[in-house]
Design a protein around this ligand. Structure first.
Ligand code: NAD
Ligand code: TYD
Length: 339
């Protein structure tokens, strides 16, 4: 079987490719990635020369490239990770988010209709549900929670989700959607909270916490997310949405303090900076549906996952040092310079 993975040179897509190649050595994986600032070919070095792997540099918005790839490879399953994924960047410049996240998803689904697939899987986010209050720990996102987005990023992901459901209902395209909480683990781009704090702490740089650091996210180790998607594409019901997450809520400040402790760095590095515009207060997933239907539960405890992640960043310094030495420096100055 051939599986097309878009956005596979990014954080979650690359971890998904590693998981799939290990578990299904007879499958062929084709990765289509534009290699934006967030895509990194060196991440895929360990699979690049395998006979059952092919990397294609291309844009999911480019209909000609996408159609040609479908004609060459006839993928049976398409898993769409390709996206602009950072909320702060979407606040600065929403346009590319609408293009890649909405139009790109439409182009991929048009190709799926034209050439036929067994499954189109859309990797979405819990951010499409908006946020929950900090003082109501009893409230969780279920698949029935209305879409109620806050940022250009989450709005573009919600737009794509609506389009996916429309292609299922209108054309019968066999689609599934997963909406996952915040991931952490190896190969995450150092603009996101956990790798940014690890990299800054290791370089004895200030740790910029937005607002009061009380915002809460529900953290999931990336491998657990990949296992959930594997289950959904093989056993999930078409036309269904599955929430993925796992009762692991933490306030940002507690994560930053934990990283300081693990690295033996002083908390005096913590610097409170201006809050993110429209900053979502709390995300929390109810994973009852995927647990009940597919037997999925998160396997990695946060205490273990964060240690593994920190160790990975310690052992793979060249991977992230190269990133933070390039264009990222301009980004960092723009985002944090006058905050
Ligand atoms: P990422 O930013 O690390 O990687 C995105 C990848 O997509 C990069 O390799 C990039 O080059 C590629 N890409 C971007 N635009 C493209 C285009 N037009 N054509 C082809 N490739 C393109 O993102 P990530 O954190 O790995 O997230 C992957 C998916 O999971 C996204 O759809 C995101 O919305 C979703 N998601 C992420 C999280 C999280 O915590 N990171 C949580 C839930 C859902
Ligand atoms: P992020 O990793 O950008 O993920 P998301 O916004 O998609 O949840 O941010 C996670 C949380 O950490 C969010 O509440 C914003 C906060 N944050 C900071 O406090 N400082 C930072 O430098 C970054 C990048 C994020």
């Amino acid at each position: 079987m051939t599986i097309l993975v878009t956005g596979g040179a990014g954080f979650i897509g690359s971890n998904f490719i590693f998981h799939m190649m290990e578990k299904y050595p007879d499958d062929r994986i084709v990765c289509l990635d534009k290699l934006t600032y967030a895509g990194n070919l060196s991440t895929l070095a360990s699979v690049m020369d395998r006979a059952n792997f092919r990397f294609v540099r291309g844009d999911i918005c480019d209909r000609e490239t996408v159609n040609r790839l479908f004609e060459e490879e006839h993928p049976e399953i398409v898993v769409n990770f390709a996206a602009e994924s950072h909320v702060d960047r979407s606040i600065e410049d929403p346009g590319i988010f609408l293009e890649t996240n909405i139009m790109g998803t439409a182009v991929l689904m048009d190709a799926c209709r034209k050439y036929g697939v067994r499954r189109f899987h859309q990797v979405s986010t819990d951010e499409v549900y908006g946020d929950l209050p900090l003082d109501r720990p009893d409230l969780l996102f279920t698949e029935q929670t209305p879409l109620h987005t806050s940022s250009p990023y989450s709005s573009s992901k919600a737009g794509a989700d609506l389009l996916v459901m429309a292609y299922w209902r209108t054309y019968g395209l066999p689609c599934t959607i997963s909406r996952c909480s915040n991931n952490y683990g190896p190969y995450q781009f150092p603009e996101k909270l956990i790798p940014l704090m690890i990299a800054n702490a290791l370089n004895d740089k200030p740790l910029p916490v937005y607002g009061e650091g009380k915002n809460v996210r529900d953290w999931l180790y990336v491998e657990d997310h990949c296992k959930a998607i594997d289950l959904i594409i093989h056993q999930g019901r078409v036309g269904e949405v599955y929430n993925i997450g796992g009762h692991n809520e933490m306030a940002n400040i507690d994560i930053v303090r934990l990283i300081c402790r693990e690295l033996g760095k002083p908390e005096s590095l913590i610097t409170y900076v201006g809050d993110r515009k429209g900053h979502d207060l709390r995300y929390a997933i109810d994973p009852a549906k995927i647990h009940g239907e597919l037997g999925w539960l998160p396997e990695t405890r946060f205490a273990d996952g964060i240690r593994k992640t920190i160790r990975w960043y310690l052992e793979n310094r060249p991977w992230w040092e190269e990133i933070i030495s390039g264009e990222y420096r301009n980004y960092y100055e723009k985002m944090y310079g006058n905050r």
